[in-house]
Design a protein around this ligand. Structure first.
Ligand SMILES: O=P(O)(O)OC[C@@H](O)[C@@H](O)c1c[nH]c2ccccc12
Length: 272
């Protein structure tokens, strides 16, 4: 388990260097075998992909609403920060799924936030973290996660395949995230139908909705495109929809509003 060589001006590389270290420490404290047992004993997963498809079939935006306290680009985003209350607001607004940041050093996230959010509602929940080792996938399921994110820019083909296989063996959904054509081609080699196009470049942290305009039309019809990051307005939602994505992952804009529920509803109903 070797971290890619960090180029210190590259944010993703720096995050990954910390993540490999974290996984090394945590998997020394709890063995892979023990984590597998905990995953097998967890509550049944909620169907993440189905929740998105149902929303779209009903004419809504399939919103994956994100819960995070902070981010490297946005700084402290919400304070006070109450994952359970936010989860309930998103559910009331009609969100299809949740995404909860669990990375500590860079997002002030915690697996506890995910546990609190999931317990407070009936929505399927994605563990948003930098997954590099099967141990983390078992840990995610053990703590209740219904889906994981696989960031192609952070993984070799073999790693992505191995992590997808573990997730599938646990009946979890996989959101494969890309931000250029090469990564898209690699993601299409996986079995998952959920292909996320991240408008944020994880090296520079700059967002550009043009990334979705370019890549979403290239996604085959048997997959489910998800537009990710930098989406703020009903116009942005319609733009993603014109590109071909009716499923969207939105965080910062919603979390900066006093009335999270109204803000989520505004985006979910933007196609009406
Ligand atoms: O807060 P935003 O700009 O609405 O973006 C949400 C989500 O797409 C973003 O948090 C994200 C997408 N891919 C990631 C990978 C790691 C960390 C975070 C992310």
């Amino acid at each position: 388990m070797n971290a890619p060589t960090p180029n210190m001006s590259d944010t993703l590389a720096r995050i990954l260097a910390d993540k490999y270290e974290e996984v090394r420490e945590r998997s020394a404290a709890v063995s892979l075998h023990e984590m597998e047992k905990r995953a097998a004993a967890a509550d049944a997963p909620r169907d993440f992909t189905r929740a998105l498809c149902d929303a779209v079939a009903e004419g809504r935006v399939g919103l994956i609403a994100e819960i995070k306290r902070a981010s490297p680009s946005g700084g402290l985003i919400r304070d006070p920060f109450e994952p359970a209350t936010i989860a309930q607001a998103y559910e009331k607004a009609g969100a299809a799924c949740l995404s909860v940041l669990t990375d500590g050093p860079w997002f002030q996230g915690d697996l506890g936030h995910m546990v609190q959010a999931r317990a407070a509602c009936s929505l399927p929940v994605l563990r948003k973290d930098f997954m590099v080792h099967p141990w983390q996938v078992f840990e995610a399921r053990a703590m209740g996660a219904d889906a994981i994110l696989l960031i192609l820019a952070a993984l070799s083909d073999d790693q992505a395949q191995e992590l997808e296989d573990v997730a599938r063996s646990l009946d979890m959904a996989v959101l494969a995230e890309v931000h250029d054509r090469r990564e898209l081609d690699r993601a299409l080699g996986l079995e998952t139908r959920l292909i996320g196009v991240n408008n944020r470049n994880l090296k520079t942290l700059v967002t550009d909705l043009g990334t979705s305009d370019e890549l979403i039309p290239l996604i085959p019809a048997d997959r489910i495109p998800v537009g990710e990051s930098g989406i703020r307005t009903p116009d942005d939602v319609r733009r993603m929809c014109r590109a071909g994505a009716r499923c969207l992952l939105v965080g910062e804009h919603l979390l900066r509003q006093a009335d999270v529920e109204a803000a989520a509803r505004e985006l979910i109903t933007a196609l009406d």
